[in-house]
Ligand binder design. Structure first.
Ligand code: ZN
Length: 418
């Protein structure tokens, strides 16, 4: 097949949409969403469906020790590592029909499209279902792509438990998806992930395709403000050590630093003691989540916030413990893979812009061991992790077409380099 034929290829929008709606029945909720927690009977059912559909499309399906599923469409050269398309089929308890699922089923649609047109590739093309991306049943999130990327070892993963004390290893065994291949013992030439944005930017700007250049750096903090409990009537304003009023100033500082330094900052948890109407609060706990696309800027945000917190503690005569408890460095995706996504969007005539992902994704960990990039499409209102998560068939089609062409262009580029 010549390049002109490849350039004219388009996925089948109606077939992709029908596939999305068909698999949405596994774990369907009354409100129109999906409850398909990792390694449950619903997850087993959608896995069985995916395996059968992939085999019907001429793929072989390999399962690794983390339950990751690799559906391979052979290439002319069986010794070449595949160009992979991966995301996840598990959902949140009140999840939607597209978060993760679109990325796997669009991969299946790419393979069906290649089959329809008799397109052969030199390298194999592979569609991957990464296990337990959501982290809702088994924490942490992205557990099995993390196993693949060398972040978590097998024994750690197998020992994770759900709320009923069932381990990840037991649950894998029970649904019949504990494979024998060592996680990560499966080289990939590249990895592409199509996903809904889960944010409002593309929709607000009326842009069809987000060319994802990386994932933001994240730092989490615990903050404890200690003042002094005292009578709300008898203590004049100038003589108080009010921990909650100081915490309010900390929240203001988080917002100010994030706005001024181009990042995002969130106080999601606040616990004030002793919770009495006529007692000045003596102790407050806060959580802080700071994010920025660049590690160095996030470090600067942390330093600046630390200075502001120290100054306001002094001014308000309270003690403030500001402790970082977790961090995830920024991820920069592979320049050649990013370019393949942008060029494909241009070739197809879709509006596009570069974007940095706020949420984490399987590609964060996969990018440690394989050149990777992501494609975002808008979702209504930026809503996700919600049964009302919504996209249109046209938006799904645009994303899947960009995926198809990014994969083919990467396959051709790597073939030329050999
Ligand atoms: Zn997802």
């Amino acid at each position: 097949m010549g390049m002109s034929t490849r350039n004219d290829l388009r996925i089948d929008r109606e077939r992709l949409w029908a596939t999305l709606m068909e698999t949405a029945q596994f774990g369907a909720t009354a409100a129109g969403g999906i409850c398909r927690l990792a390694l449950t009977e619903e997850d087993r059912a959608v896995r069985d469906w995916f395996r059968a559909a992939a085999e019907a499309a001429g793929c072989t399906v390999e399962i690794d020790e983390m339950g990751n599923m690799f559906a391979r469409r052979p290439g002319r050269d069986p010794n070449r590592p595949p160009i992979a398309i991966g995301s996840h089929l598990d959902t949140q308890p009140t999840g939607g029909k597209f978060d993760g699922i679109l990325g796997v089923l669009a991969g299946l649609e790419v393979i069906r499209t290649l089959n329809d047109h008799g397109i052969e590739t030199d390298a194999p093309i592979e569609v991957i279902n990464w296990t337990n991306e959501e982290g809702s049943r088994f924490a942490p999130a992205m557990l099995a792509s993390g196993g693949f990327g060398g972040v978590f070892d097998r024994d750690y993963a197998y020992a994770r438990t759900d709320r009923n004390g069932v381990t990840f290893g037991e649950a894998l065994e029970k649904i019949g998806y504990r494979g024998s291949t060592r996680a990560g013992d499966h080289p990939l030439a590249a990895h592409f992930e199509l996903h809904i944005e889960q944010g409002p930017v593309l929709e607000a700007e009326n842009v069809a395709i987000g060319v994802v250049t990386g994932v933001q750096a994240i730092r989490w903090y615990d903050v404890t403000v200690t003042g002094q409990e005292n009578h709300a009537g008898a203590t004049p304003m100038g003589l108080r050590r009010d921990a909650l009023a100081a915490a309010a100033a900390v929240i203001g500082a988080v917002e100010g630093v994030a706005r001024e330094m181009g990042g995002v900052g969130t106080v999601g948890v606040i616990e004030s003691h002793p919770q009495s109407r006529n007692v000045i609060p003596g102790r407050v706990f806060l959580s802080i989540d700071l994010r920025h696309p660049e590690d160095s800027r996030l470090a600067a945000m942390e330093a600046r916030l630390g200075e502001e917190i120290a100054a306001l503690a002094k001014a308000r005569h309270v003690e403030i413990a500001f402790e970082r408890i977790w961090h995830s460095p920024a991820v920069a995706f592979d320049p050649a893979c990013i370019k393949a996504v942008a060029d494909s969007a241009t070739h197809l005539g879709y509006t596009h812009r570069e974007i940095v992902s706020g949420p984490g994704h399987d590609s964060v960990y996969v990018s440690r061991v394989a050149p990777s990039a992501m494609i975002f499409i808008p979702c209504a209102g930026g809503l996700s992790h919600n049964e009302r998560e919504s996209i249109t068939p046209q938006q799904a089609e645009a994303g899947a077409n960009v995926l198809l062409h990014a994969v083919l262009a990467t396959e051709a580029r790597l073939s030329r380099q050999r």
